[in-house]
Each structure stands twice: as structure tokens, then as C-alpha cells.
Design a protein around this ligand. Structure first.
Ligand code: SF4
Ligand code: SF4
Ligand code: FES
Length: 351
């Protein structure tokens, strides 16, 4: 009988490497062939590259157990923990883990693309500067404050609200995948807003209303586009967008409505209740006022050029079965949702 050695399977790790020279970031991809088996993670593959092929490859890691949050990076287009992501899941796809196959994402069934987190300056290879991310968390004052509001009894529900966000390991994956950050780097971002919700929902917090006022200002809760990317990215089930939606509801309940975001939400609600459809030109006017709307004229002209100016008179096309829409509103008026104890909102568009 002869014995034959089984050669390990290999895959190509296509790593976006980068160095900063004279203040300028220069990036290029480099391919490495790495062996893998059913247990190999992206972090394991990176360590193979560093140990066996190129010791200059730079990345962060510490616990290797999805606890420290230091190994978050972009893998096949999405931000993930390298130590939690298996090569086999990336190559073949894993529906349960919401991972599409390499064929579907990279276009090559045996290539895995790895790059540094987005929305943060790259320092070297896969290492980004996390100082701005941490600064935003510091800015929301991440501790319980004394204040005029009375202490409340800590119920199981109030504990579960606090606990949901306490699972955050500060990996920055949500921040990296946040679409609002791309347009507005000053946006507080999903992790810090989720952390803020943790304190607003803490029964011991004394400055809830003050917090909600500050969070309703520019770069805060109303700047989120509710794309849902942070929910997908979070490896700990924190669901930052849900926390943001709850903060919005709490701010409006507290009467903090003198801002574009809250006005937009109220006009949206009224339009749907009246016509079952949005009146977008009037919505702009009611949200931003006359001066704010005038400032939007260049945008409106651009939309007009591509035939995308909506009809300002929706009276002709109010939805069929408007009575059913009105019945939903009547029911919600009778039995309002309790945003403090409501189970998680689901998916993009909630709230
Ligand atoms: S839902 Fe909001 S916070 Fe989350 S990724 Fe999208 S824009 Fe960012
Ligand atoms: S909310 Fe989730 S994705 Fe964002 S930093 Fe915390 S653990 Fe990471
Ligand atoms: S190495 Fe700690 S979370 Fe991945």
C-alpha cells in the first residue's frame, strides 16, 4: 500500500497594501498564495503571509477570538473581523453568515480581497488611524452623568436596552461601512451614536434631554441615511441603526423637533396619512423653509435636467386603498409603539 501526501488547498489573498510617503498614501495590491483548510481564518492566512512570505506586511490583531476588535478590515468588499471570517465561507459563500461567494463578490472563485477599513486614514497596509473614531466616542461623553432627572427603577427591559449596546467591542466595522460617513466625515457615526443610545436609555442617566438635544444637531442622529450597512457589519449584533432610530423617536417624544430631520419625519408622516404618497417639492419647503429651499434650487435644476422633478400635486395620484393607510394610522394612535421597550426595529427603512 502506498501513502500519498494530500497537498493543502490554496487560495490567493489579494491584499491592498499602502505606505505613506511625504504625507501621501500610495496603495497597490499584492497577491499571495496561501494554504487553507476548513478552520483557516483570514487572520490565519495573513499571519501565514507575514510569517512565511513577507514579514513587512502590517496589520493589527490581538485576541484572535472576536473580543478585542483590533482585526477589523475590509474583506471582499465588506468590513469584517479577520479572526472571525473563515476562508471557506468566503470562497464558497455562507448564507447563514450573510457572506456571498468569492465568485459573486470578487468575480474570481479563488481570490479573496483584503484591504484596510474605510472612512479612516490609512497608516500602513491594513492599519488605519483609529483616533478620529475614538474621539467621536469620547465626544458623546460615554459615562452616566448626574443631573436633574430622577433615578428610575432598573427594569429588565431597561437593562436589555443598555445591554444591547454594551456588546460593542469598538472594532470600527460599522464606521468603516457607513455610507453617511463617506459624504460627511464629521458625522458622529454608528458606533458613537449606539453608545449614546446606551446612556440615553440608562435609567440612571441624569442628562437624557440634554443629550437628545445635542444628538439632534448637525452631524448627529438625523444625518444617518438608514442604509442598514452598520447592522450587517457589526460582528456583535449591536445594530447601531436601530439605536439611531430609537434616539430619533425619543428626541421627538421629548419635543426636540426644531431641526430639519424631525421636520422631515413629521411632514413624511402627514403626507402618507393624507395621500398615502409623498409630496416631495412641498416636503422640501415644509422641512427647510423658503430660504433653505432656495438654496436647493441648483439641485432641483440638476434633477429637472434628468427628468426627475416629482409632481407637486399628488392629489391626482393618491394611492388606492387610502382608507387602509388611514386605518393603520388610527390604530397606531390608539396603541402607540413604546420605542423604549419595542423589540429591535428590523432592517433598513425602519422608523
Ligand atoms: S444606517 Fe446610518 S449609521 Fe448605519 S451605516 Fe447607514 S448611514 Fe451609517
Ligand atoms: S457597533 Fe459593532 S461594528 Fe460598530 S464598533 Fe461596535 S462592535 Fe464594532
Ligand atoms: S484579533 Fe481580536 S477581534 Fe480579531
Amino acid at each position: 500500500m502506498t501513502t500519498s501526501q494530500v497537498s493543502p488547498q490554496t487560495t490567493t489573498l489579494r491584499i491592498l497594501r499602502g505606505t505613506v510617503t511625504n504625507g501621501k498614501l500610495v496603495q497597490q495590491t499584492q497577491d499571495f498564495t496561501v494554504p487553507y483548510d476548513a478552520t483557516t481564518t483570514v487572520l490565519g492566512a495573513l499571519e501565514y503571509v507575514k510569517g512565511e512570505l513577507d514579514g513587512s506586511l502590517t496589520f493589527r490583531r490581538s485576541c484572535r477570538a472576536s473580543i478585542c476588535g483590533s482585526c477589523a478590515m475590509v474583506v471582499n468588499g465588506r468590513s469584517r473581523l479577520a479572526c472571525k471570517t473563515k476562508i471557506t465561507d468566503l470562497l464558497g459563500g455562507n448564507e447563514g453568515k450573510n457572506i456571498a461567494s468569492a465568485e459573486a463578490t470578487v468575480g474570481d472563485a479563488n481570490v479573496i480581497e483584503v484591504g484596510p477599513q474605510r472612512n479612516q486614514p490609512v497608516l500602513k497596509d491594513l492599519v488605519v488611524d483609529i483616533a478620529p473614531f475614538y474621539q467621536k466616542v469620547k465626544d458623546i461623553l460615554p459615562y452616566v452623568q448626574e443631573g436633574p432627572e430622577q433615578e428610575e427603577h432598573v427594569t429588565k427591559d431597561s437593562f436589555s436596552q443598555v445591554n444591547m449596546v454594551s456588546n460593542c467591542i469598538m472594532c470600527g466595522a460599522c464606521y468603516s461601512d457607513c455610507t453617511a460617513m463617506v459624504e460627511n466625515p464629521s458625522f458622529i457615526g454608528p458606533a458613537a451614536l449606539a453608545k449614546a443610545y446606551r446612556f440615553v436609555s440608562d435609567p440612571r442617566e441624569g442628562n437624557k434631554t440634554e443629550r437628545l438635544k445635542e444628538l439632534s444637531e448637525k452631524n448627529g442622529i438625523w444625518d444617518c441615511t438608514r442604509c442598514g450597512m452598520c447592522i450587517d457589519a457589526c460582528p456583535k449584533g449591536v445594530a447601531p441603526m436601530e439605536a439611531i432610530v430609537k434616539l430619533r423617536s425619543l428626541a421627538m417624544e421629548a419635543g426636540i423637533t426644531n431641526n430639519d430631520g424631525a421636520r422631515h419625519a413629521m411632514v413624511f408622516k402627514d403626507d402618507i396619512a393624507t395621500w398615502g404618497v409623498l409630496n416631495e417639492p412641498f416636503m422640501l419647503l415644509k422641512t427647510k423653509g423658503i430660504l433653505g429651499s432656495i438654496a436647493q434650487i441648483p439641485n432641483a435644476l440638476n434633477l429637472a435636467k434628468v427628468g426627475k422633478i416629482p409632481n407637486p400635486f399628488p392629489f391626482d395620484h393618491k394611492v388606492d386603498k387610502l382608507d387602509e393607510v388611514k386605518a393603520i394610522y388610527a390604530e397606531l394612535k390608539k396603541n402607540p409603539l413604546d420605542v423604549k421597550t419595542k423589540a429591535a426595529d428590523s432592517g433598513p427603512g425602519a422608523g
